[in-house]
Design a protein around this ligand. Structure first.
Ligand SMILES: CC/C=C\C/C=C\C/C=C\C=C\CC(=O)SCCNC(=O)CCNC(=O)[C@H](O)C(C)(C)COP(=O)(O)OP(=O)(O)OC[C@H]1O[C@@H](n2cnc3c(N)ncnc32)[C@H](O)[C@@H]1OP(=O)(O)O
Length: 570
């Protein structure tokens, strides 16, 4: 085998595929992946957060890459989950034959994947999928899901196959992958039994990368080979998007659609609509199916590559200190860190990633923009928008908030500037708040815009400053100075602006001394009720928001508020 194969960049985009494995907890997703990659089985159950594997193949002279995303069945990380739906090319949906609920989840998952794909205008709707009824070795007396029932359902759905498997006994695992690869029209040699597995140690890997052959001199091997990459790391969101777009371009070419408009002209009208949007964010929205290019046609994607290669938008900067286990997350959307769909999506994903990073114990939420923590929700997302965009925007806000308020991490807000409305919500959702003294203000000012703080904003404020103060604060849309905020308990400490960060670090020291498990259980029990109240009615809440915000009277108030902001400036 040449160094060619182990060079992960050697596979052209058309030969790169992402396989996503989904299903509820304890159905054997990781066991199936482990059988496929290493022919190993581990009886111990360790919940997966999200594992990423990469297998490289050389088949008939070409290099192929198969990325496998082994997802969590336990933790509710909606943004990461949605991303896995969007970026997956082929799927294994796993249930356990002794658990009917896990089968129902598979049916739901299939719907959600199709929904996600359909919302993304550049992708084909039905990706190849296989349903794995795992733990088929279990005694019949424990079986809750009948083979015939699943087979009947699968026979009615497109591009879908079904097999019962046993990762434990290695039953049908080879067949599972082979069937899926056939369905996806991938080379059959990618199946475990049809190529030679090459195990590659670190030394050989390094040698191969330098172009030094690690095969005995003169030995030529043209048979199909597969090697599991020892250094696979999950690509960043940005790389995910670049690759997904490259794929979409291929699909587009394959479909031979005529007269594709250039993305630059197709998306231009949206630039004025979304103030200070970068190309990156527009592309992401287009990718999410939220911005429809002019004429409803699919955009040429070559130009998108150029845009991605420009400096990253990076509305959310994460700096992880692996010595202390403390991450600093900075909002970075000048001029005022207003929270639009793009920022909220990035924030959600950043929080989810930190949540799954075992080395991370604490997070400081701060701003990269001087004088501003966050100006709250981007008013332009709520003004003259469409119902679909409003719902998508609200969902992104819900997810970001659920991730922050429900985080296992110690969360501290370093408020070095103004923090109205949504900015105040973010700060209140942290465990501790340090605010800069001086001219800056904080509070939930929604009524001043002619809108009403949603129930979960209110809940968080109630938990922070109590009923009486909340009642006054919300009705008046009160904005408080740092000293006033301190006096009602809205912030925990006020210090000169240049000492905010150091004060947070000092305070963190005492929080980090508390054992995580005890602290997390306590935090969860204190916050569960508030979290559950939104979690149980997310869709209703999103729909309610869209209906409310698009009312003529509310739009009029927002319009007047925007004008007053601009007037104040002039
Ligand atoms: C029954 C109810 C059920 C359901 C709920 C339904 C609905 C509730 C819905 C929504 C809840 C929303 C919560 C929110 O977060 S709303 C957002 C509220 N935010 C604000 O009011 C902040 C307004 N901004 C300011 O006060 C100031 O800008 C500042 C103090 C933050 C900073 O002042 P500066 O002097 O430093 O900066 P400016 O010159 O004012 O601004 C620069 C620039 O940015 C624009 N801008 C400011 N804030 C926002 C924003 N939030 N969104 C979008 N754009 C914003 C501002 O207009 C300037 O733009 P130009 O340079 O003039 O173009």
């Amino acid at each position: 085998m040449s160094s060619h194969l182990v060079d992960e960049c050697a596979a052209p985009p058309k030969n790169c595929f992402r396989l996503v494995v989904l299903g509820t907890a304890r159905v054997g997703k990781t066991a199936i992946v482990s059988r496929f990659l290493f022919n190993q089985y581990d009886d111990q159950y360790t919940p997966t957060i999200e594992d990423f594997h990469r297998k490289m193949y050389r088949i008939r002279g070409e290099v192929y890459r198969l990325d496998i995303l082994d997802t969590s069945g336990v933790h509710p990380f909606p943004a990461m989950r949605r991303l896995s739906f969007l970026t997956g090319d082929l799927f294994i949906l796993v249930y356990s034959v002794d658990n009917y609920e896990s089968y129902m989840e598979v049916m739901r998952l299939r719907e959600q994947i199709l929904e996600s794909k359909a919302s993304c205008k550049t992708r084909t709707a039905a990706p190849p999928m296989i349903i794995a009824g795992n733990k088929a070795d279990r005694p019949e007396s424990e079986r809750e899901v009948l083979y015939d029932e699943v087979a009947k359902w699968v026979s009615t759905v497109k591009k879908c196959a079904f097999l019962e498997t046993s990762a434990k006994k290695n039953g049908n695992i080879n067949e599972l992958f082979q069937t899926l690869f056939e369905l996806a029209k991938l080379p059959p040699e990618m199946s475990p039994s049809l190529h030679r597995r090459v195990s590659i140690g670190d030394q050989a890997w390094e040698a191969a990368k330098k172009g030094i052959s690690f095969y005995p001199r003169g030995k030529q091997d043209d048979n199909p080979l597969g090697v599991v990459s020892p250094h696979a790391r999950r690509p960043s969101l940005r790389s995910d998007l670049i690759e997904a777009e490259a794929k979409a371009e291929q699909e587009q070419r394959r479909a031979e659609k005529p007269s594709i408009p250039k993305i630059s002209s197709a998306l231009s009208p949206y630039r004025s609509q979304y103030r200070s949007c970068t190309w990156m964010s527009l592309l992401r929205q287009a990718f999410q199916g939220l911005v429809r290019p002019a004429g409803g046609q699919v955009c040429r994607l070559q130009v998108q590559h150029r845009c991605y290669n420009a400096p990253a938008a990076g509305h959310v900067q994460v700096d992880m200190n692996s010595d202390t286990g403390v991450a600093t997350v900075r909002l970075n959307r000048p001029p005022v860190n207003s929270l639009n769909l793009d920022v909220l999506t990035e924030l959600s994903i950043a929080l989810e990633k930190l949540e799954t990073d075992r080395s991370c114990r604490a997070m400081v939420l701060a701003s990269a923009v001087p004088g501003i923590f966050s100006a709250g929700l981007d008013i332009m997302e709520m003004y003259k928008s469409t119902p679909e965009r409003c719902v998508a925007f609200w969902r992104a806000l819900q997810d970001a908030w659920l991730n922050l308020y429900g985080s296992r991490l110690i969360t501290m807000a370093a408020i070095e500037g103004h923090s109205p409305a949504g900015g105040c919500l973010l700060a209140m959702s942290c465990d501790y708040r340090v605010m800069a003294d001086g001219k800056f203000q904080i509070g939930l000012n929604e009524t001043r815009l002619g809108i009403v703080a949603p129930f979960w904003f209110t809940d968080v404020m109630l938990c922070t400053i109590g009923h009486r103060e909340t009642e006054k604060a919300l009705q008046l849309g009160a904005m408080y100075s740092a000293q006033q905020a301190l006096s009602i308990g809205l912030v925990d400490k006020v210090v000169p602006a240049d000492q905010v960060m150091s004060t947070v670090q000092t305070e963190l020291k005492s929080w980090l001394q508390i054992p995580d498990a005890a602290r997390v259980i306590t935090k969860t029990s204190m916050r569960k009720q508030v979290l559950d109240r939104l979690s149980s009615q997310k869709e209703k809440d999103a729909q309610f928001f869209a209906d409310f915000i698009l009312r003529e009277s509310v739009q009029k108030s927002l319009g007047a508020y925007i004008a007053s902001l601009q007037k104040r400036k002039s």
